[in-house]
Design a protein around this ligand. Structure first.
Ligand code: AMP
Ligand code: MG
Length: 322
């Protein structure tokens, strides 16, 4: 299959909507990362997403919507979910809720779970496309499973050229890390399943404290544990001294000297700026003539929680589970 690349103008978006409605796969920009979309009510389209990514079928997908009503057709909202939606949608927040029976959603989207993850992205191209399709669109990150998430159309093509119908190109993504995933599927608990583009503190200010997984409790979301975002080279974290054959991922003005190649996530020490490029910079250091990748300590507050999570998982040795 030849993968078409179109500029994300009105004609490109109209063509992308047509491809999706016909059951095809389209990679499109969101404010977080590029997503690989297929209509979420069509089993064959959803099945093809798993195949194109090489994603294990037990790792569920996020259903993207162009309006909250579309999410309410497939998920059962409670009052907490409504408050979050009113405050943060469109935006980088995914909410896991009970599936609505009879909604027509492909069961594969949920990978057999009784829940579904929903999000309304803030990117104008994503919104225009989702509204044109007027169906929920399942859209995991548009990378091969286990690899770094794509923040440009070139990253998408590097992983998926020949495996999908179309890429809509709207340049680099604004946020750069994936959405924050909050699980509200049980009435008395709110869990943070994945830190992401919306800082935890902003969510807690609206619905109170977010819990983590309890000790011994099974993992709810197989894609959220284990090695992921993985470059082919070893990654070392919280480094203060660098070896001469290493590539350095720096942050702020305090840059350890001596690396063969140095890239800085944000020379000014700004976490929102830093969140835009960890994936692109990991890809670049992976291609550079260095033996390993060293990363300086990144502060854990605000968007730093998501950046640290992605880097920690890029550094893990266990094989990808997602
Ligand atoms: P991706 O779209 O590739 O960034 O991954 C989306 C993440 O959301 C995956 O890690 C999934 O495991 C998680 N997810 C999607 N649906 C659900 C669900 N119903 N319950 C829990 N986690 C989910
Ligand atoms: Mg992903």
């Amino acid at each position: 299959m030849k993968t078409e690349v179109l500029k994300a103008d009105a004609a490109g978006i109209a063509r992308a909507a047509e491809v999706l409605r016909a059951g095809g796969l389209v990679a499109f920009p969101t404010e977080t990362v590029y997503g690989l979309g297929g209509v979420a009510t069509r089993d064959e389209a959803v099945e093809r997403i798993f195949t194109a990514k090489g994603r294990p079928s037990r790792n569920p997908l996020i259903a993207h919507v162009g309006a909250p009503e579309v999410a309410r057709r497939i998920a059962v909202f409670d009052e907490r979910a409504e408050r979050l939606v009113a405050r943060f949608w469109p935006g980088p927040l995914t909410i896991v809720l009970p599936r609505r029976p009879g909604s027509g959603l492909s069961p594969r989207v949920s990978a057999g779970l009784p829940t579904v993850a929903v999000r309304m992205p803030a990117h104008p191209v994503a919104l225009a496309l989702l509204r044109a399709v007027d169906e929920p669109v399942a859209a995991p990150s548009a990378n091969r499973s286990g690899r770094t998430s794509p923040t440009t159309a070139e990253h998408v093509l590097a992983d998926l050229a020949g495996r999908i119908e179309l890429v809509l190109d709207a340049g680099p993504c604004e946020v750069g890390v994936e959405s924050t995933v909050v699980d509200l599927s049980e009435p008395d608990r709110a869990l943070l399943l994945r830190p992401g583009g919306l800082p935890r503190a902003e969510i807690e200010a609206v619905i109170g404290p977010l819990e983590g997984r309890r000790p011994g409790e099974p993992v709810r979301s197989p894609g959220l544990v284990g090695r992921h975002y993985a470059p082919s080279k070893p990654v070392r974290l919280d480094v203060r001294e660098v070896a001469p054959d290493e590539g350095l991922l720096a942050f702020g003005e305090d840059v350890p000297p001596g690396a063969k190649v140095t890239l800085n996530l944000s020379p000014a020490g700004d976490l929102a700026e830093a969140a835009r490029s960890p994936f692109a910079m990991l890809r670049e250091l992976d291609r550079a003539d260095v033996r390993a990748i060293a990363v300086v300590p990144i502060p854990g507050e605000g968007l730093g929680e998501a950046i640290r999570d992605r880097l920690r998982r890029a550094a893990m040795e266990a094989p990808a589970d997602a």
